[in-house]
Design a protein around this ligand. Sequence first.
Ligand code: CTP
Ligand code: ZN
Length: 161
Amino acid sequence: MDRDKTTTMVVSKIRNGTVIDHIEAGQALNVARILKISPKDKVLIAMNVFSEKYCKKDILKIEDRELKGNEVELIALISPRATINIIRDYEVVEKFEVKIPKRIRGLLRCSNPNCITNSGEPVNGSFTVVMERPLRLRCEYCERFLDEREVIEQLTGREQA
Ligand code: CTP
Ligand code: ZN
């Protein structure tokens, strides 16, 4: 593909924190919601910039924050090719790819109102990942499927277009 100059953008390096790179184009704002970015956080977001590997990508950089394991799992669900780079004193000291876990426990609700996990105290469900792209999960209690769109809606609190 010809490199389109309009998609080339320089984003400053950060000193300490985390760079989430190779986010699925268009998903950076959802990643920001998953991370519960607050008005005080120092964040750089680049969307639809040129990527050698996948043509277009989003990037999110957060100063002075390192991610927790469950945050990385949630990012994997919406952006399975993302890489996490830990930056200390301007250097990349650690780099890893996110990975969709085989099971997801305690982070999502079952969409079946009659599911045992929705009776009485609302408890978070337990799901098996049956497909990664497009994402498809199955409730371990009632077997109801949860698709990618519902997962993103739950994680971001927003309806997807
Ligand atoms: N980065 C940053 N601040 C730093 C160092 C790196 O924002 N002080 C960003 C880079 O801009 C890049 C990502 O962290 O988006 C990873 O940096 P690096 O490993 O140097 O880049 P690449 O080798 O291109 O990464 P990859 O092979 O994962 O695509
Ligand atoms: Zn269920």
